[in-house]
Design a protein around this ligand. Structure first.
Ligand code: 13P
Length: 251
């Protein structure tokens, strides 16, 4: 029995309500055949409608971001409590697009992960190096710094998932080689082990141009417990194709 296996779709800023519901319906229809835990993270505007489609079925609902505070004067933000209220079971925090486009640093990402835990959500904490950092031989150091800064003290594997998303592989069609992915996942697990004493229990997902064509090879790697999928999650056939590559659920 190892970590839970997940395939999570991050729809990013794509889709209107009708399309989101149709996509969620198609994924839900294919879910019973899947050996992995599926989750969908629509844009905030579609969360309520997609929650109604997913109901109490096997596909989890997730947010793409949350504010550290539960309530208050934070125009445009959504709290973890609000996500839980609408039916979310998880929330992605620290995605590289948030880190880059909104200047989010590790301490803010940690506060968001703490907010997720406070609200009873699983926090999917994203880490990953840029191409320049990789080429400078700094990947391990960057991952360690992000993990130490972003993962809350006392985080447990039941409430925390790590997503390794090399920034240079996101939306580029470039995928980490099996050796690169396995090495990075090993580094992350050993860092988590140092931090929590239970690194082996954490689900560590790979993200970055995951497609049905490369999912089997990625999922076969030691230490890869699923995928955080961007572009391919916008197509139910592709998303379910990735899910079909998952080994049997290991919960
Ligand atoms: P792509 O699958 O489009 O490369 O996006 C990955 C990602 O950022 C998932 O969060």
């Amino acid at each position: 029995m190892g970590p839970q296996h997940y395939v999570i779709g991050n729809w990013k800023m794509n889709g209107l309500v009708a399309g989101a519901c149709a996509l969620a319906r198609a994924v839900l229809a294919g879910a019973p055949g899947c050996a992995t835990q599926l989750a969908l993270c629509p844009p905030a505007t579609s969360l309520g409608a997609v929650a109604a489609v997913l109901g109490r079925g096997p596909v989890m609902l997730g947010g793409q971001d949350c504010h550290p505070k539960a309530t208050g004067a934070h125009t445009g933000d959504v709290s973890a409590e609000m996500l839980a209220d609408v039916g979310c079971g998880l929330v992605v925090v620290g995605h590289s697009e948030r880190r880059t486009n909104h200047g989010e640093r590790d301490d803010l990402v940690r506060a968001k992960a703490e907010a997720a835990h406070r609200a009873g959500l699983v926090a999917v904490i994203c880490v990953g190096e840029t191409l320049a950092e990789r080429e400078a031989g700094r990947t391990r150091e960057i991952l360690a710094t992000q993990l130490r800064g972003s993962v809350p003290a006392g985080a447990t594997a039941t409430r925390t998932i790590i997503a390794y998303e090399p920034v240079w592989a996101i939306g580029t069609g470039k995928v980490a080689t099996p050796a690169q992915a396995a090495e990075a996942h090993g580094w992350i697990r050993s860092e988590l082990d140092g931090m929590t004493g239970a690194g082996g229990a954490f689900s560590i997902l790979y993200g970055g141009s995951v497609k049905p064509e490369n999912a089997t090879d990625l999922f076969a790697l030691p230490g890869v417990d699923g995928a955080l999928v961007g572009g391919a999650s916008l197509d139910a056939t592709q998303f379910l194709g990735i899910a079909a590559a998952a080994p049997r659920r290991r919960a």
